[in-house]
Write a protein that binds this ligand. Structure first.
Ligand code: NAD
Length: 341
């Protein structure tokens, strides 16, 4: 691998991945991103002058542009992060989820196939497995757990996984799939649980918690997700799925209480709100396959990861305030628009 096309590299995990790779590997990166509301080039301002990094504004559904970008940059590997990623938004309207997450993946797979590239890695999610019972702690998602999606978001991600699998079987393409649990860390858009609660608490506003707050999620620090993806890229077996998780289950309400405690804010800020329709009760990942077969393990225990995250949101108030006000959208116009042909 020399030249990687990272799609969706201006989002939360993608931007962390770009920095992780530039720091730890000698690979060149082309970040191909449509810059939807979730894409923020300010996340990458400290690497934009790096000789091994390049940004291209584009939609993964635009086959001609993907094709051109791949050939112009001699791309050999595609890592697909680009997606509509927020469950609540998929409940309000699922069209964009179907277009980007399914059609976009199909376009990337076709360009990959037509250019005989070396590796395709699809960044998927544990949400494709559906929900686990709360009272059977021993049950976790393995790579063999049947797909059983609940939201339009997870259905679109599962469809993309099936397409990847079909291109492996039918066209013998070198395809890999990772399915990760909930990520947290710097640069996460403040519509997701942890950054939303952090931003609200730092602003002394009410913290809205869905239902009874007893939904369980398995949390992984974003850098550990990035190291897991790199491990699969380097050592994964084509056609295989690898679960990535932190063995770190928390009730949502306990995460919220922990954030308040670490910020020194009162629990009276918590406000319970009407539950999300179809809200999965519990996710828990069994990541023994990637650990045993590929030798990956997370480097950050939750206490350290959450402390780093809280420190980052405290020190980067300007970043999330700009995101919440929509001002971040101007960054591309100011810094890139005149440079792009
Ligand atoms: N956040 C999590 O906890 C989590 C967990 C497991 C897997 N994932 C998966 O990881 C990937 C990244 O998640 P995230 O949280 O960073 O998402 P995000 O919403 O923060 O970022 C998505 C990025 O994709 C870009 N994008 C959207 N549509 C595009 C299109 N049509 N063409 C090109 N770019 C487009 C956006 O501009 C944005 O930069 C997603 O595929 C998601 O399903 C996320």
């Amino acid at each position: 691998m020399k030249n990687i096309l990272v799609t969706g590299g201006a989002g939360f995990i993608g931007s962390n991945f770009v920095k992780y790779v530039l720091k730890n590997y000698d690979w060149n990166i082309v970040n191909y991103d449509k810059l939807t509301y979730a894409g923020n080039l300010e996340n990458l301002s400290d690497v934009e002058k790096n000789q091994r990094y390049k940004f291209v504004k584009g939609d993964i559904c635009d086959e001609k542009k993907v094709e051109f970008t791949v050939s112009e940059n001699d791309v050999d590997t595609i890592v697909n992060f680009a997606a509509e990623s927020h469950v609540d938004r998929s409940i309000l309207g699922s069209r964009e989820f179907v277009i980007t997450n399914i059609v976009g993946t199909q376009v990337l797979l076709d360009v990959f196939k037509n250019n005989n590239l070396e590796k395709f890695l699809q960044v998927s999610t544990d949400e494709v497995y559906g929900s686990l019972p709360e009272n059977q702690k021993e049950l976790k998602f393995t790579e063999n757990t049947p797909l059983n999606t609940s939201s339009p978001y997870s259905a679109s991600k599962a469809s993309a996984d099936l397409l990847c699998n079909s291109y492996f079987h039918t066209h013998k393409l070198p395809v890999l799939i990772t399915r990760c649990s909930n990520n947290y860390g710097p640069y996460q858009f403040p519509e997701k649980l942890i950054p939303l609660m952090l931003a609200k608490a730092l602003n002394d506003e009410n913290l809205p918690v869905y239902g009874d707050g007893k939904n369980i999620r398995d949390w992984l620090f974003v850098e550990d997700h990035c190291s897991g993806i790199c491990t699969v890229l380097e050592k994964g077996k084509f056609g295989e799925v690898y679960n990535i998780g932190g063995n770190n289950e928390w009730f949502n309400i306990d995460i919220v209480k922990l954030i308040l405690k670490l910020l020194g804010k009162p629990e009276s800020l918590i406000t319970f709100v009407k539950d999300r329709p179809g809200h999965d009760r519990r996710y828990a990942i069994d990541s023994s396959k990637i650990q045993n077969e590929l030798g990956w393990k997370p480097a950050n225990v939750f206490e350290d990861g959450i402390s780093k995250t809280i420190k980052w949101y405290r020190e980067n108030e300007q970043w999330w305030k700009k995101v919440m006000s929509g001002e971040y959208m101007k960054y591309y116009e100011q810094n890139y628009a005149h440079k792009i042909v």
